[in-house]
Design a protein around this ligand. Sequence first.
Ligand SMILES: *Cc1c(COP(=O)(O)O)cnc(C)c1O
Length: 402
Amino acid sequence: MKYPKDGKFGEFGGKYIPETLVPAIEELEENYLKYKNEKNFKKELDYYLKVYAGRPTPLYYAKNLSEKLGGAKIYLKREDLLHGGAHKINNTLGQALLAKKMNKKRIIAETGAGQHGVATAMACAALGMKAEVYMGYKDTIRQKLNVFRMNMLGSKVHPVKSGSQTLKDAINDAIRDWITNVETTYYLLGSAVGPHPYPVMVRDFQSVIGNEIKSQMKKIDNKMPDSVIACVGGGSNAIGTFYPLVDSNSEIIGVEAAGHGLKTKMHSATLSAGSKGVLHGMMTYLLQDKEGQITETHSISAGLDYPGVGPEHSYYKDTKRIKYHAATDVEVIDAFLMLTRTEGIIPALESAHAIAEAIKVARKSKKSESIVVTLSGRGDKDVEEVQNYLNKNTKNKVKKIQ
Ligand SMILES: *Cc1c(COP(=O)(O)O)cnc(C)c1O
């Protein structure tokens, strides 16, 4: 849906916000609508995307991987090559620039593992601004390198000691801050989630991915891909990949984290195993218990560990335009190792979920077909995690990769 006026994708999305935030959300929507088509704003953003972040990213034909699997040609959309090592910078540059135009001097953000916090701090530094980032206290301990990075980039980290001391508590505190300081403060959200207009705005900033894929595939193959695959956490790299292709004939598959398996409670597969509800200002699929309490999530990749999902994905799930599958930790480690060994590309564990699905699809496909996979980020940050996993599990769980 191009620009849902009331922010509704069918029954999903909307603006479930306290009265105090209504003026801020209205101001944001007004300004977003004003600037998104403005020549100078687009020119400035394009400039930063190009010479600062490194766009356009290549569409790489993974020949070795494709031949090993024996089916379709697999193309990787290399968002891992962007500044900061992931797609997140597409969104933080867009929103930071918008905040600047809106004359908001103070930027706040929330972060889980720290990736969005770092991407926000980078964009703010580049545009001459400073950010304050809310982060669960437990996450600041687990990801202390990212805390150092944000500090070095000139941003301030607020460790959040309430609740489970993780992402959802950080979001709550960031929202509280916003309510208190609406006039001076811009809240820079990290995925295609939250109240309208955030899901649409973040999708639009990330759609540069899908738009580039379309023109690159046209040049390489003179047709759209048979399948398009991306991993889904909050859903921003996926919706940015998918949205420009929803009107095509391509099969589209989003891949969630099945963790230890969908039958266990240790996963974060919101669309595959969740139910409808309201969280963080939006109606969407959620992982919650019968009383509506948000349940703990698990994923081997911190970036997919979120109990909700962008409302547009919920809409495409129910209308069946997009399929949502899930990959287990074991499948993800297999995919991570296979891509690393065949192509010399170490993917982020988040992105390895999409690779795991591509492996399944390729095995059933014909040589004449093509698959595009968005490689949302690079895996340098995950090498230690994979090493620990392999040390614990080599004997019984992980299959040997030839
Ligand atoms: C944050 C992150 C994700 C998940 O976020 P989405 O909003 O679902 O895209 C996926 N991959 C990488 C590399 C990330 O850093």
